[in-house]
Design a protein around this ligand. Structure first.
Ligand code: ADP
Ligand code: MG
Length: 503
């Protein structure tokens, strides 16, 4: 009889579900889980804080399409990871968190780090459960991995009682589960495709919006052909940048406000009409705009704006359907329209303004000057990790992306402190899978950097190819002018800003 421990079952189940990366912090009761994971061939990265570990695991999910695992200890360890789970869930990125918890026979008795972990995770995840026995571990892990990727991706939680980690069971009694298949793909209803094409053909001022759902859905090849065949202008959202290169002739990012305000038809590909897109409503959108909404989540259809056409299904599949129609009909939106001229004029005018700012030589440098110089040094294939208030907002307009899934930022949840964890994830994947010497460049505001700054040590310990640039304005948002600084320093012992600490 061969015996197997709970730790081994967790690790082997993750590995057989093709979870290749685990980020965490070891401690009681999950030390053996990390060891078993390494023995099973999972790449384990020991971090400095569970929150950053969870950010890293979720970024692996976005970058590879398969969730990373985040391994945490009971109580505070799990609670630190909740920020990462929430961020992943809001971003629609798959991640699986494995949390050790107190021993089963000590529950409700005031056990070490006791906390209602399965319940706590429910608000932050799609699925939260504890295997009821060692034999149940493979099926619970399979369900967590599958649920994290199927439908709208998100976070899942598996709880493992401390006393189950080292408990043993006869291996022959454990049902082995093979790897769950990649998510099934659905196409849109053909009638809806016909309607969408006719709405597009009637558009006077059409616009394609490319969101991070298109990036996650790996729609880049079909999408490039569609944009080039149809001749439509496109606008990427922050993490939609790079699905098509920022310097593509159809990219109208430099005329973003005008494009959003005046478009009469928007083909919305994997982006939600939430705060990031001003809810799709006036004053930032035309009140009569017709939205053709493409999403795999049916409940998303109609949030804030009722779509003229709802195309439910996978973006890559649906763009391919649209492309077939465009091919058949030989239709192309003319490049000789008032809309294209208006967009091009605005792009030229805005480029002039940012160029003038970029060439200023005042000290301290303005953001445009900084990013102008940084952008000239960035390798075109680097992954840009960006966070901070002005650093991220202005950086987005100045730092180009040329490849899909090569920009990671504060995302839909607006989370600061994600950058270093994301960079560790990107660098770990690069080292293990590509090894093309691709650089990971973090462009951080000083405040954003401070949230997870200790993860620099993790980067050094694993020798990861990350470059960190901190744009230091000595504070949060825009920092403060010298007068305000003096007044605030005199008036109170306020230490809101790191800079005040020097007073
Ligand atoms: P952005 O930040 O770029 O605006 P969001 O995160 O708001 O993007 O929206 C992404 C959307 O993409 C989500 O509504 C999600 O359901 C959807 N999505 C994710 N993957 C796919 C896919 N493969 N096919 C279709 N829709 C997808
Ligand atoms: Mg700052």
């Amino acid at each position: 009889m061969e015996e197997v421990t709970g730790a081994q079952l967790i690790a082997e189940s993750l590995k057989s579900q093709k979870v290749e990366y685990m980020f965490g912090i070891v401690g009681v009761p999950i030390i053996e889980v990390a060891m078993a994971a390494q023995a099973a061939g999972i790449r384990y990265v020991g971090m400095r804080n569970e929150q950053a570990a969870c950010y890293a695991a979720s970024a692996v999910g976005y970058l590879t399409g398969r969730p990373g695992a985040c391994l945490v200890v009971s109580g505070p360890g799990l609670i630190h990871a909740l920020g990462g789970m929430a961020n992943a869930n809001v971003n629609c990125w798959p991640v699986v968190v494995i949390g050790g918890s107190s021993d089963q026979n000590q529950e409700t008795a005031g056990a070490f780090q006791e906390f209602p972990q399965v319940e706590a995770c429910r608000l932050y995840s799609k699925f939260s459960a504890r295997p009821s026995s060692l034999e149940a571990i493979p099926s619970v892990v399979e369900k967590a991995v599958r649920t994290s990727m199927y439908g709208r991706p998100g976070a899942c939680y598996v709880d493992i009682a401390g006393d189950m980690v080292n408990a043993k069971v006869d291996r022959s009694k454990v049902r082995v589960l093979s790897c769950c298949p990649t998510p099934p793909v659905s196409v849109a209803d053909q009638g809806a495709i016909t309607e969408a094409i006719s709405v597009l053909k009637e558009a006077k001022r059409p616009l394609v919006i490319i969101g991070k759902g298109a990036a996650y859905g790996r729609a880049e090849t079909a999408l490039r052909e569609f944009v080039e065949m149809s001749g439509l202008p496109f606008l990427p959202t922050p993490m939609g940048k790079g699905v098509l290169p920022d310097d593509h002739p159809n990219c109208v990012a430099a005329a973003r406000s005008r494009a959003l305000l005046q478009a009469d038809v928007v083909l919305l590909l994997g982006a939600r009409l939430n705060w990031m897109l001003h809810f799709g409503l006036p004053p930032r959108f035309n009140p009569d705009v017709k939205i053709i909404q493409v999403d795999l989540c049916a409940e998303e259809m109609g949030n804030n704006v009722r779509p003229a056409v709802a195309l439910l299904g996978d973006i890559n599949a649906i763009v391919t359907q649209l492309l077939e129609r465009v091919h058949e009909d030989g239709w192309k939106y003319s490049s000789d329209t008032e809309w294209w001229s208006a967009l091009k004029d605005k792009i030229a005018a805005n480029a002039k303004i940012s160029k003038a700012l970029a060439l200023q030589s005042t000290v301290p440098m303005n953001y445009y000057t900084v990013f102008h110089h940084v952008s000239q040094l960035l390798p075109p294939d680097c992954i840009i990790v960006s966070e901070g208030a002005n650093t991220m907002d202005i950086g987005r307009t100045m730092l180009n992306n040329y490849l899909p899934r090569h920009r990671l930022d504060a995302g839909t949840f607006g989370t600061m402190g994600v950058g270093l964890g994301f960079a560790i994830a990107a660098a770990t994947v690069e080292k293990s899978e590509n090894s093309k010497g691709q650089r990971i460049v973090c462009v951080e505001g000083d405040s954003a950097f401070g949230f997870s700054g200790m993860e620099v040590e993790t980067m050094c310990r694993y020798n990861l190819p990350v470059v960190i640039i901190v744009v230091n304005n000595n504070g949060i948002y825009s920092g403060v002018d010298p007068e305000t600084w003096k007044e605030m320093g005199k008036a109170s012992s306020l230490k809101w800003f790191p800079a005040f600490y020097q007073l």
